[in-house]
Design a protein around this ligand. Structure first.
Ligand code: COA
Length: 112
């Protein structure tokens, strides 16, 4: 797959909308419906890394820093593209990026 990894700080509304649309297909099974509104507020402050194919966001990872450690606040891959290694590529990118900045802890909270 010919994809690009793109890193955005304070992403523009058009991209936020795409991320919300991507998250929407994961709502109910994985995310609660309020997550869609939370993304819009979080992205006023958090960074997002996306896998993009010809302008379409297939997978995203939203993160920030809290008490000196990286927190992945949300990540998701469109249903048709899951299990193809996209989420792993985003994690690898994040690790390289934050290690260079001096971080040595990354965490992700999820539900069981
Ligand atoms: C988690 C998620 C982002 C992974 O994205 P992806 O593009 O499918 O990632 P990859 O293809 O790189 O798969 C990574 C690994 O995660 C595993 N995985 C995915 N979901 C999992 C789950 N709920 N529990 C355990 N492992 C899981 C895959 O089996 C794969 O493992 P493998 O490499 O040993 O086969 C995607 O499955 C998703 O959107 N899940 C729903 C939302 C979610 O749970 N987000 C995380 C909390 S915010």
């Amino acid at each position: 797959m010919d994809y690009k990894i793109k890193h955005y700080k304070r992403p523009k509304q058009e991209l936020v909308k795409q991320i919300v649309d991507t998250a929407k297909c994961l709502t109910t099974e994985w995310f609660t419906p309020d997550v869609l509104d939370e993304i819009k507020r979080d992205l006023l402050f958090h960074d997002v890394i996306c896998i993009d194919v010809r302008g379409e966001v297939l997978s995203f990872l939203i993160f920030t820093s809290w008490e000196g450690a990286i927190q992945i606040t949300l990540m998701g891959t469109k249903l048709d593209y899951r299990g193809k290694g996209l989420g792993s590529k985003l994690i690898e990118y994040l690790f390289v990026y934050v290690k260079k900045l001096g971080f040595n802890r990354v965490s992700l909270l999820t539900v069981d």
